[in-house]
Design a protein around this ligand. Sequence first.
Ligand SMILES: [Fe+2]
Length: 280
Amino acid sequence: MKVNAISEHFAAEVSGIDLREPVDGATRAELNRLWGRYAVLVFRDQPLTPPQYGQAVQIFGELMQQNSTKYTLPDHPLIGFNSTNDLPRKADGSLRVRGENYHTDHSNWPAPPKATSLVAVQLPSSGGDTQFVDVRAAYDDLSDELKARIARLRSRHVHESSRSPRMMAKLSAEQQAKSMLQPLVIRHPESGRLALYLNTARMEGIEALAPDEGFDLINALYDHATQAKYEYRHSWRLGDMVIWDNRSVMHQANADYDPAEQRFMYRAMLKGTPLVAAFS
Ligand SMILES: [Fe+2]
């Protein structure tokens, strides 16, 4: 197995492993160590069937049901999919993709998924990259004053914030009612590293701050964390499997590909635990 770091702060490409085959305990431990360090792992040339994908992704944890059962494979309900065919079009004919601004998945759940993963099954001829930013490095770079100011703040994450920059998918009433007060700064349960926890589509201001002040703070932190220096941009190849840590990075999708072309990805999520506040 070979490991190559692919951006300055985080993300690594792992080669020399065939994820269609079960891995032994030592390999499993090493992959988890790498994932903890790099937060985004890229495996090229993995033409996985849904059951093989389910097995591969569980090297890192336990599969969970995603919030939209509409987009799961009929024979494999824990494997979701993203397909061009299901995407609504904007007035100008371009695609409205899910995840089109930086976010962390299902952040309005009491225990958001610790990981999300995608496998590229069909790709457009160009575009459709997925971008990641390292919210641990972004936190580390904040001034001491700002760190002190935000240390104990919390935000209520709802299905769709009143100031969300994008329209969220319509889900069941039960799913849309989910809301959770989450720390603004979290501590990773394994590595202990601190990170910003942001999702502008779901954060309904900041608890204890007036609405405008809260949203201004969220937007300032978002602008800071989404600078190019914290970014890894993944250009997909067929058979890529990528897995990322939702407590260490934010991600976003791109709607920049031809709506007539097909982009089809399997998506899996791994069960998480309630987030840990960095400071109590
Ligand atoms: Fe997402």
